[in-house]
Design a protein around this ligand. Structure first.
Ligand code: ADP
Length: 466
């Protein structure tokens, strides 16, 4: 593996790491918030307990038993009452008579000065960290004592420890779940990907008979579908290519064999009459022309197929009437030889954007066919008209027409209705395939329809220039 490529594991690992790091960061911030929340909660509790104590001791006065009773509902809660001299009057968890002066305790001195507040401090009496809250007690408008309530921090620390342990456990469970999910999805994705890669490799090696099964992951199934489709297309193209090569070889074989045969006869040393010689050479000449025609047509086809239309076409605006007329002119001699006349029905100008020389070739192919397959002394009607933003060019003859069953394949390479007739009159079987290609690169359409009387019309539709 090179450069910026990396395996699926990498992406999975990264996602898992992001999830875990996010969890840890959230936990880190939550830790302080949770602690603050508990402390605030304790402060509220301590304050409300102090108020209750203040109200409860209004009547009976203060004694040690008093404090114990006041704290009884919560065994952790410590209640201490200290007079203005700092003497502890009562304490719920310790013997007040044995306790030293508490006037110097920060929360007590603040309360005796008329302020209330909370403080976390180590208790020398109980030997543990505690949260203290103290408030002044007023009698007849004067401060007579400080009421202190306290809770040990051990409970909150225990609680937090327990929370951390639970969180850690959750983290481990999540880690395990993520690992299982990662392994599961890796295998689920990796296996089909590997299989598709193998099949694509087979395809690259030339095996086009691959079939990729339908996977249950949509994206992978789509990829598989695409490759199956591609394999089918390539298969089809390969078949077409093989057919084409077979056809070309077959077409070339006859003239090559004929030429070889006659040249060998000429070279065999025996005497030949001048008439025979003339005859042999004419045949060789004709077969040679035929070979040249086939090669020319093949080159034209391959040029039309080799590059995008924009690169082949030399597009300019021309008059379709001119195009048709000059194409007919170049076929005039062959038409005359069969006593065939042209009629042209066209109202100039009919502007179209075309590659003039390619389009002339298409027209000549159609007009030549009309001459070749028509009966002698008939008429070929050439026409141009415009409708629906299109220009329609028609080449109609009075020949035999096209039997319906041949119409759909007529524009295929080497497709002929009557093979021997086509060859005899010098057809390569590529003329209409070339016409179709030329019209296609012009983004137009070509079709053939039989005339009701006799003969057929080849009609070309092109976008009209406005
Ligand atoms: P070819 O070189 O054989 O003429 P084309 O591709 O030009 O090859 O034409 C294919 C076949 O279509 C011809 O062999 C012929 O059978 C038929 N065809 C073409 N044009 C006409 C037409 N105007 N009238 C009757 N048949 C035609």
């Amino acid at each position: 593996m090179s450069g910026n490529k990396h395996s699926l594991w990498w992406s999975y690992g990264l996602s898992a790491a992001v999830v875990l790091i996010t969890l840890l960061v959230v936990a880190w911030f939550a830790k302080d918030r949770v602690y603050d929340f508990f402390i605030q909660h304790m402060r509220d509790e301590l304050q409300s307990r102090a108020i209750t104590v203040d109200q409860a001791i209004k009547g009976p006065g203060i004694s040690s038993a008093n404090c114990k009773v006041l704290a009884i509902s919560d065994p952790d809660m410590r209640v201490t009452i200290i007079n203005t001299a700092g003497v502890v009057l009562c304490d719920s968890t310790a013997d007040s008579t044995a306790m030293d002066n508490h006037g110097d305790r920060p929360e007590v001195s603040r309360a005796l000065a008329g302020q209330k507040g909370a403080k976390i401090r180590f208790s020398t009496t109980l030997q543990t960290s505690m949260l203290y809250h103290a408030m002044p007690r007023y009698e007849s408008g004067k401060i007579t004592a400080a009421i202190r309530t306290a809770l040990p921090l051990t409970s909150i620390n225990d609680l937090l420890d327990q929370l951390y342990r639970q969180f850690l456990f959750l983290l481990l469970v999540m880690l395990a779940v993520i690992c299982i999910a990662v392994v599961y999805s890796y295998r689920k994705v990796h296996h089909p990907l590997q299989e598709i890669t193998d099949k694509a490799n087979d395809m690259a090696q030339g095996d086009l008979n691959i079939s990729i099964p339908d996977y249950d992951i949509t994206e992978i199934a789509e990829l598989g579908d695409m490759l199956n489709h591609m394999a089918r297309q390539l298969n089809r193209l390969e078949n077409l290519r093989q057919d084409f090569v077979a056809n070309v070889s077959h077409e070339l074989k006859t003239p090559v064999a004929t030429i070889k045969g006659y040249v060998e006869t000429l070279l065999d040393g025996s005497e030949h009459s001048p008439d025979d010689l003339d005859n042999f050479l004419r045949i060789v000449h004709k077969q040679n022309d035929r070979l040249a025609d086939i090669v020319d047509d093949l080159l034209t086809l391959s040029r039309l197929e080799s590059a995008p239309a924009a690169e082949i076409l030399d597009l300019h605006e021309h008059d379709a009437c001119d195009l048709l007329k000059s194409s007919a002119d170049s076929c005039q001699a062959r038409a005359d030889a069969k006593g065939i006349t042209f009629s042209l029905d066209c109202d100039s100008p009919m502007p179209v954007r075309i590659d003039y020389s390619l389009m002339t070739q298409a027209m000549v192919n159609l007009i030549d066919n009309a001459i070749k397959y028509s009966h002698p002394n008939t008429r070929i009607s050439l026409s141009v008209d415009a409708s629906g933003g299109q220009i329609h060019i028609g080449v109609c003859d009075q020949g035999p027409g096209i039997p319906e069953q041949h119409i759909s394949r007529l524009f295929e390479r080497f497709y002929r209705i009557d093979k021997s007739r086509s060859r005899r009159i010098g057809g390569t079987g590529l003329g209409l395939a070339i016409v179709k290609h030329i019209i296609q690169v012009h983004e137009g359409r070509v079709k053939v329809v039989n005339n009701r009387g006799a003969g057929c019309c080849f009609i070309i539709d092109l976008e009209q220039n406005t």
